[in-house]
Design a protein around this ligand. Structure first.
Ligand code: CAA
Length: 240
């Protein structure tokens, strides 16, 4: 049976690698995206993966988007909450919008997508949810009170929902990536990034595929006894 998977923010960066890994695993993948139509079209043409545009911070849009996917492709059995944004800045410079945008998309998106898909998984007795957290939600990061709070919230959300899903065959796990060579990390000023990389024991940035392999395992049939866990994939930068 081909299971349907949704990857939010699934057309670029870590999300793109996750979409590809799940497709390779034989899933029917739909990659959600919010902004970049050109990149999304390129992605769809290149990989033959369906794309669908909505803002994961918009509750109603998540409900509608997932309904549409169910109609077009079938019941959604796998959700990867990967969509995330940064609005970095030290607290004294951070605006309320910088705070709110990050909370709304990064943490609110997990709630919205779970509301859309978890009840069906629970009824059908099988489901996989993987939430992409961050090393910065585990350890904190200078200039990221918004992002660190949202990602830390994701880790709590994961453990709570895992308890609700366990007896229904629904696993809920998180992956906490370290610094991965994506556009998001490339936006960190070079001088700051050099200092960060110097603290990674493995001595390099991670690759998006290294996160995707973790997602592929957690969403597999074999991953059924793993729930409420956080897989840290960070080159040893934070051992947690
Ligand atoms: N610890 C202590 N002090 C620090 C520091 C740190 N980690 N980083 C910067 N500072 C200090 C600087 O040394 C500087 O002090 P002095 O003025 O005394 O020299 C002061 O803070 C101001 O630093 P900036 O000039 O950098 O201040 P800014 O306002 O221009 O920028 C910033 C602040 C936006 C936070 C910038 O430092 C930055 O972009 N930092 C990187 C944040 C980061 O790691 N983001 C991760 C993005 S990727 C991601 O989030 C993915 C993931 O999940 C891992």
């Amino acid at each position: 049976m081909t299971r349907v998977a949704i990857v939010t923010g699934g057309t670029r960066g870590i999300g793109e690698a996750i979409s590809l890994a799940l497709k390779e695993q034989g899933r029917t993948v739909v990659a959600n995206y919010a902004g970049n139509d050109t990149k999304a079209k390129e992605f769809a043409d290149r990989h033959g993966i369906a794309v669908m545009k909505w803002d994961v911070g918009d509750h109603d849009a998540c409900i509608e988007g997932c309904k549409q996917i169910t109609t077009d492709f079938g019941d959604v059995d796998i959700v990867v909450n990967n969509a995330g944004i940064t609005r970095d800045g030290t607290l004294h410079k951070m605006t309320f919008d910088d705070w709110n945008d990050v909370m709304r998309v990064n943490l609110g998106g997990c709630f919205n997508m779970a509301k859309a898909c978890f009840p069906g998984m629970r009824e059908r007795g099988w489901g996989r949810i993987v939430n992409i957290g961050s090393i910065n939600g585990q350890a904190g990061q200078y200039g990221q009170v918004n992002y660190a709070a949202a990602k830390s919230g994701i880790h709590g959300f994961t453990k709570a929902l895992a308890q609700e899903g366990a007896k229904f065959g629904v696993t809920v796990n998180a992956i906490a990536p370290g610094y991965i060579d994506t556009d998001m990390v490339a936006a960190v000023p070079d001088t700051v990034l050099e200092k960060i990389v110097a603290k990674i024991p493995v001595g390099r940035l991670g690759h998006a595929e290294e996160i995707a392999r973790g997602v592929a395992f957690l969403t597999s049939e074999d991953g059924g006894f793993v729930t409420g866990s956080t897989m840290s994939i960070n080159g040893g930068q934070h051992m947690y």
